[in-house]
Design a protein around this ligand. Structure first.
Ligand code: MRU
Length: 370
């Protein structure tokens, strides 16, 4: 997508002209929406830190960064021991998004059979493929989701389609396009009138800071709402469709996503609002049959006790919102049971959140995990 008119991805390879790749460029998402800053990653440790500290975040982008982290790791030492160390270091960064494990497994499957001398070049090539594949997958998700939005738009006869989204499952969470936002961008480009309700998504405000920044850049009509507003909007017929992303969806269709997603799904169910989940197939964990087996990340107390933002004087600062001494609990994700999900928007089509339907769409992956 474009930043100030320039086509931009969330991750790219940096190299001197004619030279081998030397570094990986990323957008530092902890600085948005107030500053657009990029960072060069030159080592395994920097790639791991970028994921853990959430300079990059969102399941597909975590996977792509991990793949490039392996490429950075094998510079000068591509031994089996080094590969194993890279895998463990990157895998330990964040527990919930399964794209991390998927990308690391892909890298190992490519590199392990090769002679050590061939591994570094192969690692850069496979990481680039993973990034490119993600762009194409997200584009296809957009086209499949566009059909759903078109149907609703036809029923609304020119009135804007109101879509609610949670967290950031936008292009910033992927390599490009986004998952939940890809249908939105495609519909906007197709001239379908729409309006997006953006959940702020406390504690880290991925909605208010990142999704709103994206939509603003692309001229998509939207409004930021506090996380508890969705139910009220749905009761008053102000939401036509919910589209969210996911960090891991299990073989039976249970959806793990940013904390608060489950409450949106409950409200959508109660108000008969369609609740769709947009996801690339690497986000499906065919090894698990229940969302309640997914490890749920718990993050630091300061994300809840403090808020970060810009003062009227332009200073970027953090302030405390809880009393000194109040304990804080910070679960980063929750699980929406498959029964509350209207459908999964994948790169291969829209499918029921149900074991047989998912396995039929992705037979190789389902078989490999059986
Ligand atoms: O903690 P984050 O910001 O990495 O969480 C991101 C989400 O929950 C997204 O909805 C999910 O990764 C899907 S991204 C296409």
């Amino acid at each position: 997508m474009k930043v100030n008119g320039t086509p931009t991805r969330t991750i790219w390879v940096e190299r001197e002209p004619g030279a081998a790749p030397g570094a990986v460029g990323i957008i530092d998402q902890t600085r948005l929406p107030h500053r657009f800053e990029t960072v060069s990653l030159v080592s395994l440790e920097e790639a791991a830190h970028a994921i853990k500290a959430m300079l990059v975040r969102g399941a597909p982008l975590i996977g792509a960064t991990a793949a490039y982290g392996v490429a950075l790791a094998v510079h000068g030492d591509a031994s089996d021991a080094r590969l194993a160390h890279a895998y463990e270091t990157l895998h330990a960064t964040r527990p919930t998004a399964v794209n991390l494990r998927w990308a690391l497994d892909e890298m190992m499957a490519t590199l392990t059979p090769l002679a050590e001398a061939d591994r570094e070049a192969a690692a850069w090539a496979r990481a680039a493929e993973i990034a490119d594949e993600d762009v194409e997958i997200c584009r296809q998700i957009g086209l499949n989701g566009l059909a759903l939005i078109r149907e609703i738009a036809a029923r609304k006869k020119g009135a804007p389609v109101n879509i609610l989204t949670h967290c950031n499952a936008g292009w910033l969470a992927t390599v490009d396009w986004g998952t939940a936002t890809s249908p939105i961008y495609h519909a906007h480009e197709a001239g379908i009138p729409l309006h997006v309700w953006v959940d702020e998504t406390r504690p880290r405000n991925q909605g208010a800071a990142l999704t709103a920044w994206e939509l603003n850049n692309h001229g998509v009509p939207h409004a930021v709402i506090v996380d508890n507003t969705g139910g009220h909007l749905m009761q008053h017929g102000m939401v036509d469709l919910v589209i969210v992303g996911t960090d891991r969806t299990t073989a039976n269709g249970d959806v793990c996503n940013k904390i608060g997603t489950y409450l949106k799904a409950l409200a959508a169910h109660d108000n008969r609002v369609p609740f769709y989940v947009a996801l690339p197939s690497p986000t499906i964990d065919f090894t698990l049959s229940s969302g309640f087996d997914i490890p749920i990340e718990e993050r630091g107390a300061e994300e809840v006790s403090h808020v970060w933002g810009r003062t009227g004087a332009g200073e970027i600062t953090t302030v405390q919102v809880t009393p000194d001494g109040s304990p804080v609990v910070n679960y980063a994700f929750d699980v929406t049971p498959a029964r509350l999900v209207t459908g999964l928007i994948t790169e291969k089509g829209v499918v029921a959140a149900e074991r047989h339907a998912i396995a039929t769409l992705f037979p190789e992956r389902a078989k490999a995990a059986a």
